[in-house]
Design a binder for this molecule. Sequence first.
Ligand code: 6GU
Length: 245
Amino acid sequence: MRLDVVSIFPGYLAPLDLSLVGKARASGLLDVRVHDLRRWTHDRHHTVDDTPYGGGAGMVMKPEPWGEALDEITASGEPDTAPVLVVPTPSGEPLTQRVAAELSAEPWLLFACGRYEGIDQRVMDHARTRMRVREVSIGDYVLNGGEVAALVVTEAVVRLLPGFMGNPASLTEESHGDEGLLEYPVYTKPPSWRGLDVPEVLFSGNHARIAAWRRARALERTVERRPDLLHRSRRLTLDTLGEVA
Ligand code: 6GU
């Protein structure tokens, strides 16, 4: 997978060199290219923002540097290929495990990280005539810019690439997986720690009982913390609900 990231703070993307994402780069699974938007400015002050039409607080990112950046980066690919343009913005569609999975099936993602009050809407409207565009939000809160959100999206996507995870089984049972429930609590040695014991059922060796216990705990947590997720859980049956009691 190829990832291009355009930002006025390319240093913010330094974590892409670290940890598992860094390893995926070193192994050739990922080709990451970070670009400074100011490279596509032409005035002596490298201006990327201006005041909003219609008035209001803050500044808006000018369309021209973005247009040139997207033209040049898009032209650097194979003929007749285009990236999916991912634009982190608090007004985007919510980032979910499903969106991450869809993006992980793409060969090329181009992240456009805005600052200030956002990017002139015509940049996305024009890009849509050439490529698919996804404006994505990572949650209902406001960040100063798209860089940290781009890191979040990247981590959610890259860990789904075949060959990325050491143990692909750990992809299947986690929170926000196919089940639509939060993850059950997990324990390791020692069996007793600071007066707190690991639940007895986990020593039973009875895999059906353990599975039922885990499902009940997952459901209990979901009811408590994320009741909004419950209508999506396909295996929510009266039997399962009985386990919670
Ligand atoms: Cl994707 N970008 C920014 N700037 N703020 C956010 C966000 C994204 N998601 C939530 N808040």
